[in-house]
Write a protein that binds this ligand. Structure first.
Ligand code: PLP
Length: 407
């Protein structure tokens, strides 16, 4: 694609860094050995994987032998949850939250259908968990707690260190989906009793299809994929050497650039947010603004459809998202915003802007400049603009779903 694009959808996926492309190139061309082979062509691949494992461990603050390379966040989530419950069949209770990514949510709900008791912890209007609720529901038969580090839609960060202490004190295992946290905030997994963590390369400038499952030393895990003995017996399958080399390079870059997230990305995000709240009527931020990853803002523009906003933005070359990219395509309102108690009118007009270290001041200026006209235009054609039609019936779930979109 040659036309200039303002890409503010980095929580969906991110641009592959030039350095990362260079790091993986040899393994897509002349260095194509199998890391399990005995000959030197294979042995060299083993060393590439080992180096990447060290870079990954440095980013996550753990030991290299605690890193298992996978095909991405979804596999890591599935492998962590299923791999733990399988080894403790006598324990039948799982705890998660109402705002997890579908990779966790669906896996837990499948297990519920298979006979497990499932507790999905509530969040408040700011998207925050009540640790007292967690304390109360943790029981002797709780095998696993799966709580994300940062939410993909709002960026809200959960207090994982505190949660980990609580879970450990009750003898359960903690898995955290750290897909939206890695590379954005410091992670120091060895400093807190987290047992498993999921990471996905394409969220921080590695290619799609490669990720990490962190497994704390001594945590027994039944492998999801069985076959060969790769990845210390925790994940069978010929290693994706090019992807792993790329992920290693992305981990190193992410660690080098971590201070930029606070120094540069966060002020840009804050400026974008402040500009949109100032210039667009009836706009408000969803989620706890204090405990958030630095690159994300989720803003509701009331009385307009998120999809309509996205279409108009797209015509201007601006890429954002309404809710999670993984759930768009369905007209179901975001389960995250619903769990937070955001009203329908606001859920439907919610837009997520997610920045990266490649986002520029000029790009943010352009979005601040263009957005008010987009919102005004859509409100003019909206069936439920409150200022134009004070007597209009209050919008309901049904009228919003069937309203402006189908007319
Ligand atoms: N977990 C979270 C929080 C995510 O945001 C995503 C992707 O959007 C995933 C898991 C899935 O990761 P992957 O796309 O690598 O399968």
């Amino acid at each position: 694609m040659s036309e200039p694009v303002i890409y503010l959808d980095n929580n969906a996926t991110s641009r592959v860094a030039d350095e990362v492309v260079e790091a993986m190139r040899p393994y897509l061309t002349d260095r194509y050995g199998n890391a399990s082979s005995m000959h030197r062509f294979g042995g060299a691949m083993r060393r590439v994987i080992d180096q990447a494992r060290q870079s990954a461990a440095r980013l996550l603050g753990c030991e290299p032998d605690e890193i298992v390379f996978t095909s991405g966040g979804t596999e890591s989530d599935n492998a962590a949850i299923r791999g733990i419950v399988k080894l403790a069949p006598e324990k039948r209770h799982i705890i998660t939250t109402r705002v997890e990514h579908p990779a966790v949510r669906t896996t837990c709900r499948q297990l519920q259908r298979e006979g497990y008791r499932l507790t999905e912890l509530a969040v408040d209007r700011q998207g925050r968990l009540d640790l007292e609720e967690l304390r109360q529901v943790l029981g002797d038969d709780t095998v696993l707690v799966s709580v994300m580090t940062a939410n993909n839609e709002t960026g809200v960060i959960f207090p994982i260190a505190q949660i980990a202490e609580l879970v450990r004190s009750r003898g359960a295992i903690l898995h955290t989906d750290a897909v939206q946290a890695a590379g954005k905030v410091p992670l120091n997994l060895s400093q807190m009793p987290v047992d498993l963590a999921s990471v996905s390369g394409h969220k921080f400038h590695a290619p799609k299809g490669v990720g990490i499952l962190y497994v704390r030393r001594g945590t027994a895990l039944a492998p999801l994929l069985v076959g060969g003995h790769q990845e210390l017996g925790k994940r069978a399958g010929t290693e994706n050497v090019a992807g792993i080399a790329a992920l290693g390079a992305a981990c190193k870059l992410a660690l080098d650039h971590l201070p930029d997230q606070q120094r540069r990305v966060k002020p840009l995000r804050d400026r974008l947010e402040a500009g949109l709240l100032r210039d667009c009527l009836d706009a408000r931020v969803n989620g706890d603004r204090e405990h958030r990853v630095p690159n994300t803002t989720n803003i509701s523009f009331e009385y307009v459809e998120g999809e309509a906003i996205l279409l108009l933005l797209d015509r201007l070359g601006i890429c954002a998202s309404s809710g999670s990219a993984c759930t768009s395509g369905s007209l179901e309102p975001s389960h995250v915003l619903r769990a937070m108690g955001v009203p329908f009118t606001a859920v439907h007009g919610s837009i997520r802007f997610s920045l990266s270290r490649y986002t520029t001041d000029r790009e943010v200026d352009t979005v601040i400049r263009e957005m008010p006209a987009v919102i005004r235009r859509l409100r003019e054609i909206s069936m439920f603009h409150p200022e134009r039609d004070a007597t209009a019936a209050a919008p309901t779930e049904r009228t919003i779903r069937l309203g402006p979109r189908s007319s």
